[in-house]
Each structure stands twice: as C-alpha cells, then as structure tokens.
Design a protein around this ligand. Structure first.
Ligand code: GCB
Length: 666
C-alpha cells in the first residue's frame, strides 16, 4: 500500500515536471504600423528630443510612482528632478554610482506644445525609437502606451489625449530589470551589504545593461485615412538589367464617403537623379509591381563601383474619387538573395562576408543614438574595407539601418536574445515577439541580408531542440526571402539547434579563452571546428566571433596577451585558417569581435570594459586595424576586383626585381 502510494506520488511528480518542460508553439501578437516618421505633403513630424526631467525610483520601491500616480502631475512636484538628455542612456550622464548601477524604474517627463492646426481632421502619433527595457507612457496623465523589449520602436495614437491650445505633458516610466522571462534574460536578487541589503541585477551577457530613452521620440501626424504599412520585395531578371519592385500597402481608416472606400495607390519610383523610372497604379488590394528597365541593383560595398544604390518610392493613397489622402516615401534597393548548402549569393553572385560584431556603445551617451558617432563608424567601416556587420546582440537604430542601406553594408540583423537558457513558455513568446517586431521594422532594408535568431544560446540544454525549431519556423513564416542564422558557441557535437538554421555561425576564442597565449593553437582548431559544423549540418558556415582583448598602447615583443602585437598575431593566424577554409567554398565569412571597445558589467576579466575592439571606444585604430584593412581590401580585390585605396601600403623600399611579386602586394 505504502509502495503504491509512493509510486502514485512519484508518477504525479514526473507528470508535473514533464508538463513544465513541454513548450507549446503559441501565437504572438503582431505589431502594426511603425513606418519611420517622415514629413510629406500630408504628414508632419516633430521631435521631442532634448532635455527632459528625470528622477529614479527607490530601488526597494519600484512601483511607488505607479501607486502614487506620479504621472498625474509634473514630476518636479513629487521629487527633486535632474535634467536628462534624450536620446541617451541615463547611466553615465551623472557622476553618481547609484544612477549608473540603478536597478528598476526611473521616470522622465517634459512639456510640449502641438500647433492648433494639428487639431483639424488628422491623427497624431507618438513614437519612440526605443526605450530599454520596458516603458509606460502617459500623455497629460492618461496612459498612452506600454511596451516591453529594448531596441525596438513602439507608437500609439494620441490624438484624443492631446491639448491643442495649451501645454501638454508626457511622462515615461522605464524599467531596466531583466529576469528569466525577459529578452535578454537576467536575475534580480537581494544581497546583504554593509547597511542592509542591495537589489542586485546580474546577467551573463557581456555588455553593460544601459537603459533609458535610447532613441528619438517623435510626434507625427497622418491623415485620418493613411498608409499604415508598406512591404517591399524586389527581384532581378535578364542578367540583372531588369528590376522588379513588388509592393503591398495597408491602410488604416476609411475614406469619408462610403462610396469612395475603394482606395487605390499611385506609386512612382525615382532614381538618384530624381528622374521617374517606373510608375504603377495598384489594384484594389493596394498591391502591385513596378518594372525598372536598365536597373541599378543594390550592391554591397566594394562588390561594385556604385554600392548601396537606392531608389525613392513615392506612394500616394487616393480615394476612388481621386482625392489624394496620404503620401509616404521610402528608399528601396533592388536586389536578390539566394542561398544553397554551400553559398550565399547577392544578385546571383557569391558573397564572402568580411565584417564585425559590434555594439551600440559610447562614452557618456551609452546606447543613445548619436549621428556623429554613426557617421564616424560608417567612415571607419569604409576605411577598413568591411562589407558587413552583425547587430550583436540586439536590433540597432533605424537610422543606422538607413546608413547601412546607403553605404552598401550588409547586415546580419540580430534579435535581443543573448545567452538564452532555461527555456520556458513565457520566454518563447517574448523571443518570437522580438523577432516579429524586428522583421516588421527592418524587412524593407536592402542591407538586411540575414536574420540572427540568437547569440550563444545554450543549445546543448534540454528543450533547446523544440524551442529553436519553433523560433526558426516562426521567423521563416514572417520572411522567407532571407536566410536564418544564430551565433553558436557550444561545440557542434553538443548542439541541438543548428539544424533549424540556413547558415551556421560559430563564435570561438582560440588562444584567448582557451589556451591563452598559444598562437600555435589557432589555425588548425578553426579549420577543424568550421569543418565539423559543415559536416554535421551541410550548410554554409561563418565564423561570427574571434578576437583578443587588447590594451591600446601596450606593446610587447614577443607578443603577449593584451598587447597590440598579440591581437595582430592572433588575427593573422585566423586569416590563415580562413584562407584554407575559403578553398572549401562553403566557408562564407569572417567577423571580428569587436569593432570597438565597449563597456560591460564590472568584473575582474574586464579592464574598464571589453577591449577586443579593432578600434578604441573613442573610435581610433589599434595597430591591428591596419592589418585588417589590408586583408579586407585584399579579399575585395581577389573576389570583386575592387581597387586599393592609395594609402593602403606605406612606402618601405624600391620593389624587388620581380616587381609585382613584392610581399606587400597581396
Ligand atoms: C562572446 C559573446 C560576446 C562577448 C565575447 C567576449 O562569445 O558573444 O558577447 O563579448 O564573447 O569577448 O567574451
């Protein structure tokens, strides 16, 4: 009897545990609208960037502001406020450790006017480029919108919340807490300190959990009936001389007069000179196709003399009586992507990626959008001859995606899932939602050539198989025109997820985390690991991270860990492996970790952050940058016949008799 009771309890326990481990593939809500705010003859955009009032909540009382309704009045009536720039992370703006490391909620508010003319016959929208991690927004004391997920935009119609003749107030509560069901994951605990306890946020990912209003805040108007979504797909034919632009438009609202509800769109495409090269009138479903003769395809940097060619698509929405309702313009690059189990092709031509993992990170502003920094970064990418980067480890600003389109830099677009583990139902829902929001935001960018569904997920763990099958299938269902990858760090023999990818990317730190100092233990290991991945999955393979922390100005000969010489030697041993792998054809790219030094959480392995940058945090080259530049241009010349910049080589001596075979002539 006792035994059977015991087995019954055991049975129930096993059932309970296995139920907890079952993950179901549930639907997630989909985002709407969110076109990048642009002025037009029917729309007006206003920026709310600038100085806002700011106050952190007490860490031990993060919901006090909600309970006490701080949003009902000016923040300076409830607490003493300080000035805080928007956009910026708040962490490094003051001199206070308590704000740098603050865990939980902080509050922002500011006042603004909207012109009286906005009251008439139109709608007003409030849009945030990103707030990390969770945001609650009130306008004049009323809740306007809530959003969870850093690095992605959100918006709400606020027409009914605004005062058109007097001053308005906007209040934002931002929560940076990361737990096991947020993307990315983290843990919050209470740890004893000298005076009691502290709330401590921990996370395993290797970048500082900057928070705040990271990107621009816009108010913009649309007509009552307006273009809410645009989806573009492109194709090429006749040896890339004929281009096709397929468009689908969604409308929000209906025409004033029922009879006029059969809306249609007139769509025109302009080249860089502003000449119209194609036009079309949509069908009643508001979709259609434009055909472009003598098309200029979108090519990556150094793959063509005129990379990043963009057309402008002008969309006019009309009522059946021809009344013009709305106008929206966006840039379009015409290109094709295709892939096999050994290649990745753009416009039918195989691509070899030479790029970087990066971060949105800078002194003082943290992850805040900064056009000066963005421009400098793209100048450096061009200087060094890179043709790609991965948005490790979260979506980057929409403005940076526009830069990438224009400069012909290919983007592996990553969602914010880093070090994913302890797979659970709530996490899956948010992970899928992050991809849905990302794809919705970025699907029209020609620069986006691949989706990365995770960085270093713990894919050896139980449930990783089902979990990633769901995530990959979901991603593909949203966009089948781009391949899917993930940057994996578990050994190929233990991984359970790569089979669901189209392209396998792996991260490995030979002669750094494993066998530090052993430059003689790189080349073969890289070749062996890439080969093992290809053998296991029969897919193209990328090395998505390799590198060494390097303290600028530290020179040691013979090379020694942390010195500029060591980083240079370590890269060179990787280049040797990559060249051997390139001969195998299925090896399609090399990505350095990292573009620039960046801030991390405090730990004894980091000296003021991660120093694996090829550039310093101030965006100046370390010694290795010059080596990498020579390689990236050499690869560009070998594969795409690009020319060398005049200053690629410095004069050393007269070339030898054999002239062209001088060792510097790669
Ligand atoms: C990795 C991670 C990256 C880290 C890097 C490092 O594998 O993907 O986020 O910063 O290693 O330097 O440890």
């Amino acid at each position: 009897m006792a035994l059977s009771l015991f087995s019954a309890i055991l049975g129930l326990y096993i059932l309970h545990v296995s139920l907890a481990l079952i993950i179901l593939n549930k639907d997630v809500s989909t985002s709407r609208g969110m076109l990048y705010p642009r002025d037009s003859e029917t729309r007006e955009v206003r920026s709310l960037d600038g100085m806002w009032n700011f106050v952190p909540s007490d860490e031990t009382n993060p919901t006090q502001g909600i309970r006490d309704q701080w949003y009902k009045d000016d923040l300076n009536k409830v607490r003493e406020v300080i000035g805080m720039p928007v956009p910026a992370s708040y962490n490094d703006i003051t001199t206070e450790q308590s704000l740098r490391d603050h865990v939980g909620t902080v509050w922002y508010d500011r006042k603004f006017f909207v012109p009286r003319s906005w009251a008439k016959d139109q709608r007003v929208w409030l849009r945030f480029g990103s707030v990390h991690y969770e945001a609650f927004v009130w306008v004049n004391g009323e809740l306007a919108v809530k959003h969870e997920m850093g690095h992605l935009p959100f918006e709400a119609e606020v027409t009914h919340l605004l005062k058109y003749g007097s001053e308005n107030r906007i209040t934002v509560m931002c929560d940076n807490a990361l737990i096991q069901t947020t993307v990315p994951q983290g843990k919050i605990s209470e740890v004893a300190n000298d005076n009691g306890v502290s709330i401590v946020q921990s996370y395993s990912f290797d970048f500082f959990n900057y928070a705040g209003i990271h990107r621009s805040v816009h108010l913009y108007t649309t007509p009552k009936t307006f273009i809410e979504e645009v989806e573009i797909n492109t194709d090429l034919a006749n040896d890339n001389s004929l281009g096709y632009v397929y468009y689908t438009i969604s409308v929000n609202g209906s025409a004033a007069n029922e009879a006029d509800n059969a809306l249609y769109a007139r769509v025109q495409l302009y080249n860089r000179e502003g000449e119209q090269v194609a036009n079309a009138t949509s069908d009643a479903k508001l979709s259609g196709m434009l055909q472009v003769e003598k098309v200029k395809p979108w090519w990556p940097y150094l793959m063509h003399p005129d990379p990043g060619y963009l057309y402008e698509l002008e969309i006019e929405l009309h009522a059946a009586n021809e009344e013009l309702l709305d106008v929206y313009r966006l840039n379009v690059g015409i290109r094709t992507l295709s892939w096999t189990n050994t290649t990745f092709n753009i416009n039918g031509k195989p691509v070899y990626f030479r790029g970087f993992g990066r971060h949105e990170d800078a002194d003082v502003r943290g992850k805040g959008l900064d056009y000066a920094l963005l421009t400098r970064d793209f100048n450096l990418l061009r200087w060094i001859g890179a043709n790609a980067y991965r948005t490790s480890h979260y979506p980057y600003s929409e403005e940076s995606m526009q830069f990438a389109d224009r400069h012909g830099i290919m983007i592996i677009d990553e969602c914010p899932s880093v070090d994913t583990e302890n797979y659970n139902q709530a996490l899956l829902g948010k992970h899928k939602s992050s991809l849905e929001q990302l794809i919705h935001r970025d699907r029209n960018h020609p620069s986006v050539v691949m989706w990365s569904i995770a960085n270093e997920p713990r894919t050896q763990q139980m449930n990783a198989d089902t979990y990633f099958q769901f995530v990959a299938t979901f991603t593909r269902s949203l966009d089948s025109t781009r391949p899917i990858t993930a940057a994996i760090a578990v050994p190929s023999s233990e991984d359970k997820a790569a089979r669901y990818l189209d392209i396998v990317s792996f991260n490995r730190y030979n002669a750094w985390y494993s066998n530090p100092g052993r430059l003689d233990m790189i080349t073969k290991r890289v070749i062996d690991e890439a080969t093992a991945w290809h053998k296991k999955c029969n897919k193209p393979v990328i090395m998505s991270e390799y590198g060494a922390d390097t303290l600028e100005g530290l020179h040691l000969q013979p090379s020694y860990v942390w010195s500029e010489e060591y980083q240079t030697d370590l890269f060179s041993r990787h280049f040797k492996a990559f060249d051997a792998l390139r001969r195998q054809k299925w090896f399609i790219g090399e990505f350095v970790w990292n573009f620039a030094d960046f801030k991390t959480a405090q730990t004894y392995t980091r000296v003021a952050g991660n120093k694996k940058g090829v550039f310093t945090r101030a965006r100046q080259p370390k010694a290795v940058a010059h080596l990498l530049r020579k390689r990236y241009f050499a690869l560009g010349r070998e594969m795409d016949q690009c020319s060398f910049p005049d200053d690629l080589f410095t004069y050393i001596a007269e070339p030898s008799e054999s002239g062209k075979h001088d060792s510097t002539d790669l």
